[in-house]
Design a protein around this ligand. Structure first.
Ligand code: ATP
Ligand code: MG
Length: 778
């Protein structure tokens, strides 16, 4: 153990050696927070703390696995196995299984993934005969999710006129009813969605003091990584569990808080000292991950944020190469640049594919990169996006398996009742659903009793329904005597799924069958793993739980050597020698959706900080002058984040034109006798070329940001666009790219902080920072 402790610096050692009491480690990226957490656990165990009494909460299951492996190296595998370590969701799903009956849930409850939830909400919206263009299922789910993560139950929602008003204002006056229905239907199906796993845990700990005592007593030492991204619901769980022994250690970095949009609350980190007595606060300042150029460039970015804790991050590492900036004409060319650079660097420096990561703001950007990598035969893996377990054919098989475990599971039932087709059509399913809602029973129970309920179904249909029930019950019997692999294989054959897929001889069809084989292999592996752990027969319900909570990241065994492609959000906590951050363009990164308030923009900046600090040795920033977005070719300008980095850390690979977007193709004859020094280009809108205007023209180019000249080599534009807000006045009618037409009600602040309060015809009153708001006066 001493050997390991000596591998820490002094600042890192302190929180490892402090055995008891509440403590918080706040430190910048790459300073060893995760390493401290790992060592702390090992050290606790070395001092005789029982692994069963330690709970460690991580951001991904993969992170938990890696941590466990490292701890096993130090204290031995047999002990490390007993640690409670995983994501909030996976740990509390396990606890809820034990305690489900107290909450009126079956212990075999299903976990709905977001696809299931969206589908259920979609059908509720349809049944309520609401307009699905107004009530978009995904949006509705996200709203409900926000409520749940703030512990606003349906009842609390109805007791809160403000929330109802806000929903009414956003044209969703019936959101409460959907919320209510959704909760009821999940409950009736014996299903919990992701947010329920936290909400119900809170309910459990609140309502049952003896249960709370039990888990407080079990988890005597609690550790949380990436604490800055915990939401309110998670925060309350941690607080309740740690209340008795107060042995709580959280580590995080406020500068890396990037999940506010999903309810993460940075105040959890800021208020930690108030929540516990005698909190020890530790700071780590030395970055071990990245070369000096990267560390300092990252510092220069995060400096621009106003809301932050003061932190020092320095490194003793070598300077390393500068951050390379590359401009291309199109996103296709950007992809080719990434691929050829990886190709060359691999050759020149003898690197593995796994040394490279390509990070992007949105999933849609991966396609162009993938195409280019494929053409160069460079193996890659995409993280995120549709996970393996969410593919249709896989969900179909899982649907049957879920029904075997929990026949009340409505989403699973609706999914497979008529797939492959067995003559139970939409109308029948509708009748069954209505009856189930009426009797407050599950659809399956209605089906079991189909002889006794008059649904005006003909005898043939009734038979088909009974056949289906019998089939599922026969699977249940098999499940009692055989293992999960046997059952799964049996199900794929008996239900006709495989035969159905075999009809499709296209490569896609064949791939689907291969996927199912892959799933069966996965089940077999799982069973083998279970046997190793505790000699138990592989339990299907445990496999299903694992699957429901699996993210793509978790499947990564790191065995094969591939370039990693993922969104920046997913890259949190990871590190790679070479990192490409692509799509460094205004409206993409920072995202167009996040430029209305300072706090949104600051979150985007933190996201950029996270991206850049993933790189150990070399970072690339690339942008394209135009790219396909939503099927259209859109012009773009370089991200402000590039400008925000101190110039001396950057190296431009392509000559930089200042304001290329507005660069005139000057034809001296066009202007006749107009004074050219007063000419500017107006703001080009998509597809329409920019036009020369003078100050006297009716449409000033308000909203065009002045771009700083990006390299000393190119001359600054002498007639750049005027400061955007100079002419805007109260009463002006303006056009905004996203909100449309509106009227200026008020103007406040000055210079770069100048804001306008604008009442938009659609969307109501908004306060916009004029520096970023793209406004045209009309
Ligand atoms: P992030 O904020 O990105 O999650 P972090 O603070 O959790 O970063 P770690 O991932 O724990 O940082 O550490 C970053 C890298 O530095 C890792 O490769 C780790 O092994 C290494 N490292 C940390 N501390 C030391 C040390 N004292 N000596 C050598 N290497 C170290
Ligand atoms: Mg970390």
């Amino acid at each position: 153990m001493e050997r390991y402790i000596s591998q820490l610096n002094e600042a890192q050692r302190a929180p490892v050696l402090q055995k008891d009491g509440p403590m918080i480690v706040i430190a910048g990226a790459g300073s060893g927070k995760t390493r401290v957490l790992t060592m702390r656990i090992a050290y606790l165990m070395a001092q005789g703390v029982d692994a069963f009494n330690i709970l460690a909460l991580t951001f991904t299951n993969k992170a938990a696995r890696e941590m466990k492996k490292r701890i096993a190296d130090i204290v031995g595998n047999s002990e490390a196995k007993n640690l409670w370590m995983g994501t909030f969701h996976s740990i509390f799903a396990k606890i809820l299984r034990f305690e489900a009956d107290k909450l009126g849930y079956p212990s075999n409850f299903t976990i709905y993934d977001s696809q299931d939830s969206i589908r259920l909400i979609g059908s509720i919206i349809k049944e309520m005969q609401l307009d699905k263009d107004v009530y978009k299922p995904k949006q509705v789910l996200s709203r409900i999710s926000t409520y749940k993560n703030s512990l606003i139950t349906v009842k609390a929602y109805y007791n809160n006129p403000e929330l109802q008003e806000a929903d009414a204002m956003s044209k969703k006056p019936r959101l409460g009813e959907i919320y209510e229905q959704y909760v009821e239907r999940c409950f009736k199906s014996g299903a919990m969605d992701f947010d329920d796993l936290l909400l119900r845990t809170n309910e459990l700990l609140n309502r049952f003091p003896d249960v709370l005592m039990k888990y407080q007593d079990r988890f005597r030492y609690i550790l949380v990584d990436e604490y800055q991204d915990t939401n309110h619901s998670q925060y309350l769980i941690v607080r309740a569990l740690s209340d008795r022994f107060q042995n709580i250690c959280v580590v995080g970095d406020d500068a890396q808080s990037i999940y506010a949009f999903r309810g993460a609350n940075i105040n959890n980190i800021l208020n930690f000292q108030k929540d516990y007595d005698n909190v020890q606060m530790y700071r780590l300042e030395q970055n071990y991950r990245s070369s000096r150029n990267i560390v300092e460039a990252a510092n220069s970015i995060i400096d621009k944020n106003k809301t932050k804790l003061d932190k020092v991050v320095w490194t003793a590492n070598e300077d390393g190469p500068k951050i390379k900036v590359h401009r291309s004409l199109t996103d296709g060319e950007e992809g080719r640049f990434v691929a050829s650079t990886i190709f060359e660097e691999k050759m020149q420096q003898q690197l593995k594919n796994g040394s490279f990561a390509v990070l992007y703001r949105t999933n849609a950007q991966s396609r162009a990169i993938e195409d280019a990598l494929r053409k160069r035969d460079i193996p890659y893996r995409i993280y995120g996006g549709l996970s393996f377990y969410q593919r249709k054919e896989i969900k179909d098989v899982l649907g049957y398996l879920r029904l075997v475990i929990n026949p009340k599971d409505e989403e699973a039932l609706v999914r497979v009742i008529n797939y492959p087709a067995r003559g139970i059509g939409g109308t029948t399913i509708e009748k069954l659903t209505v009856a189930a809602n009426h009797y407050k029973r599950s659809i399956f129970e209605v089906m079991e009793n189909i002889d006794r309920i008059d649904l005006r179904l003909n005898a043939g249909t009734k038979n088909k329904i009974q056949d289906f029930v019998t089939m599922i019950k026969s699977f249940q019997i098999i499940n009692e005597t055989q293992d999960a692999f046997y059952l799964a294989e049996h199900v794929t054959k008996k239900t006709g799924l495989i035969q159905e897929l075999k009809k499709d001889a296209t490569p896609e069809g064949i791939a689907r069958i291969e996927n199912i084989e892959e799933l069966l292999n996965g089940i077999r592996d799982f069973i083998e793993g279970q046997k190793e752990v505790d000699g138990a027969r592989g339990a299907l319900s445990e496999f299903l739980e694992d699957v429901a909570l699996a993210t793509d990241m978790d499947k990564d065994t790191g065995d094969d050597d591939r370039v990693a492609l993922m969104t920046i959000h997913l890259a949190k906590g990871l590190e790679f020698p070479h990192v490409f951050i692509v799509g460094m363009e205004e409206d993409l990164f920072p995202s167009a959706m996040s430029m209305n308030t300072r706090s949104e923009l600051e979150e985007e900046r933190r996201l950029f900080y996270v991206a850049l600090t993933r790189a150990e040795h070399q970072a690339y920033l690339t942008y394209a002058q135009s790219r396909y977005r939503w099927g259209k070719l859109v012009d773009s300008e370089p991200s402000r984040f590039i400008e925000e980095i101190t110039d001396s850390f950057l190296e431009y690979l392509t000559p930089v034109e200042t304001n290329y977007r507005y660069k005139p193709m000057i034809n001296n004859d066009i202007f006749g006798d107009v004074d050219k020094s007063k000419l500017r280009l107006n703001k080009p809108t998509n597809g329409i070329p920019p036009k020369w205007v003078t100050d006297n023209d009716p449409k000033p180019d308000s909203g065009i940001r002045r771009l700083k000249p990006m390299s000393s080599g190119s001359a600054p534009a002498s007639s750049g666009p005027a400061m955007p807000d100079s002419k805007l006045a109260v009463g002006n009618v303006v056009m905004h790219e996203r909100f449309g037409k509106g009227q200026v009600l008020n103007i406040e602040g000055a210079g770069p902080d100048k804001k306008a309060e604008i009442k938009f015809d659609v969307g109501g009153i908004k306060k916009l920072l004029l520096r970023f708001a793209k406004l045209d006066v009309i």
